[in-house]
Design a protein around this ligand. Sequence first.
Ligand code: ZN
Length: 258
Amino acid sequence: MRIARYSPAGGGPASYGVVEGDGDAAAVVRLQGAPYDGVRTTEERTPLTEVSLLAPVEPSKVVAFGRNYAEHAKELGNEVPEIPIVFLKPSTSVVGPDAQVTYPRLTKDLHFEGELAVVIGRTCSAVAPEDVDGYVFGYTVANDLTMRDIQKSEGQWTRGKGFDGACPLGPWVETELDPSALPLRSTVNGEVRQDGTTADMLRDVGACVSWISQAMTLLPGDVVLTGTPAGVGSLQRGDEVSVTIDGIGTLTTRIAGG
Ligand code: ZN
């Protein structure tokens, strides 16, 4: 099942919905409330072309793993971490599919990072890796936008990875998916830049969610980013960056001048 969040194209209140069908026939069926306690559909069905898709989650926090693919650690001259590197992206960094993100004035080197995003469905605290599956609602696509020069020059990554618009998510959450070997591709203006698979993650979804849940409670709608494969690179004003994960969909972000 694909769960989206949307508002009418002309504006109006946001709702969660189930996306049915593909292409021109795609439509969204509105839900009562959020989907985490059970998906309650209504009679209200709207063609997908007549809605604006929003970020499919409203997380209290986005927790992200750094250097979780060996080839990516290497391309930036880093070792694979023995102890996971974890950072937070604030709720204010989250934007939806088809978002326009303003190139931040603080940076001269904005990078894209295509990533598999885990969406939590049940309150989750100190969960063992083998039990994580029961707490996952589904999966969506993320772009862990990074001010690389700021990230490198500051001890913490909070500003470099937490600016407004730094966390595009979408287009929806796929709830029935095996995340262990999903092809992941990123393109910039149509040119392929990342071509990886989630099978190359150093720590898998269970290990990542378990690790963070030992320290903090994850709530329904919270998101865990699982790191990026090799091929990251700079974005320029006017670029269009798309991240595709097979079985989920494509997340496209335009970089506006600023
Ligand atoms: Zn990342």
